[in-house]
Design a protein around this ligand. Structure first.
Ligand SMILES: [Fe+2]
Length: 404
């Protein structure tokens, strides 16, 4: 994909590069070598693989073409390429957990070597703007993997019968539960008059290619909830037989419910203690259901069924963008499913070459999520940001906001 950084000094680029790279290492630090190698399902990747793949990205797209650097290890091109057909063959995604060698320590050394190469390139006088732009793209790419690292670590730790915590509750991305939680305030509805609005990225600063071109679109009048749906509201949906009423579900969703034996969001467990009867696994370990906490780890199908049960619907991605909910009012806790299919904007053109495979080739069979989650690196998202997942995916920090 292509991004534009505008005018950024190389000092700033270098500082940003160092800060993103060290944040990944800090996120991996609570995970031991054993934690970092196991792959808990085909969609997840081991922590070690994330650390190596984000490094490969800089090597493949920055150091190789722009510093003439020989590969650190030619085999890493096969092991740590994710999905770039133009780069060549690669380890199949479902078998990333089989890469027990190189070891965690060897991957750490790989990271250090590539860090030195990129920093030397940025330090060398005036690097060409395309190099600065590619480093910026690599930093945004690595930030996406920082969230994936947490998603995947959570899924892995949830498979352990001891349900170990990644961090102390207060330090975990979901945060600690407030004592005496009585539920969230009633929803206020933000009314929008509809009409022709401009959507998509068109300004200064970095954006992914899938956020543009900026263009006009026609909205009908609508209302958008001022906060996310909560765990307490979701428990009411469960208690009302939400997972047992086919009339609430899309056909594919109903099949997913039967096939997966879904009775609640991912990471909810029946509990003998507590008034709700549910425990929720978080990166801070198991905790009682929190009535005011935004519900997370639901599929598009579940979000859609809940909205129907509530007499509402999901917003389209452009309704969401037209309102751009205030993050301080509870947004940024979970990615928000929209009713919009992930499709190219009018005039969309992916970048030439391998980086053009970043976003464009995934524009089929997926739905757009807007906002940001508790696991998204600060400052990574934007009002025009388009996250996307297949409709059955539940391991992302995904929730919903109602529209009508
Ligand atoms: Fe990647």
């Amino acid at each position: 994909m292509t991004g534009t950084t505008g005018t950024s000094g190389t000092d700033r680029a270098c500082e940003r590069f160092r800060s993103v790279r060290s944040r990944t290492e800090a996120l991996a630090a609570p995970l031991g070598p054993e934690d970092q190698v196991v792959q808990s399902m085909p969609d997840c990747s081991p922590t070690k693989w994330h650390r190596a793949h984000t490094t490969w990205f800089f090597e493949e797209f920055v150091l190789g073409p722009h510093a003439g650097a020989a590969p650190y290890d030619p085999a890493f091109r096969f092991l740590f390429n994710s999905y770039y057909e133009a780069v060549g063959p690669r380890q199949p995604r479902p078998r990333r957990g089989m890469i027990t060698r190189p070891t965690v320590d060897e991957v750490a050394a790989y990271r250090r070597a590539v860090d030195e190469g990129v920093e030397a390139l940025l330090d060398k006088g005036d690097p060409p703007p395309e190099v600065v732009d590619l480093v910026e793209l690599g930093c945004h790419h690595e930030e996406q993997h920082q969230e994936l690292l947490l998603m995947d670590a959570k899924h892995l730790l949830a498979q352990n019968p001891l349900r170990p915590a990644y961090a102390a509750p207060a330090d975990a991305p979901e945060g600690a539960v407030a004592a005496g939680d009585a539920g969230a305030a009633p929803v206020d509805w933000v009314k929008h008059p509809g009409g022709i609005v401009e959507v998509g990225h068109g300004g200064e600063g970095f954006a992914y290619d899938n956020e543009g071109p900026r263009h006009e679109t026609l909205l009908q009048p609508f209302s958008l909830a001022d906060r996310l749906v909560t765990e307490g509201e979701w428990a009411a949906f469960v208690d009302d037989g939400g997972y047992h009423r086919p009339d609430l579900w899309l056909s594919d969703g109903w099949y997913a419910v039967q096939d997966g034996g879904w009775e609640a969001p991912l990471y909810w467990e029946r509990a003998d203690t507590g008034p709700s009867g549910w425990s929720v696994f978080t990166l801070g370990g198991l905790r009682p259901l929190s009535p005011s906490a935004p519900v997370r780890h639901i599929s598009y199908y579940e979000a859609d069924a809940f909205a129907r049960w509530a007499g509402c619907r999901l917003p389209t991605e452009h309704e969401w963008e037209a309102v751009s909910p205030d993050r301080s009012a509870g947004a940024g806790a979970a990615w928000e499913w929209t009713g919009s299919a992930y499709l190219p904007y009018p005039g969309f053109r992916p970048a030439a070459g391998a980086v053009g495979e970043y976003n464009g080739k995934f524009m089929s069979g997926q739905h757009v999520l807007r906002g940001a989650s508790c696991a998204t690196p600060p400052g990574h998202s934007r009002p025009t940001y388009r996250n996307f997942f297949p409709p059955g995916a539940r391991w992302a920090f995904s929730g919903l906001r109602l529209a009508s």
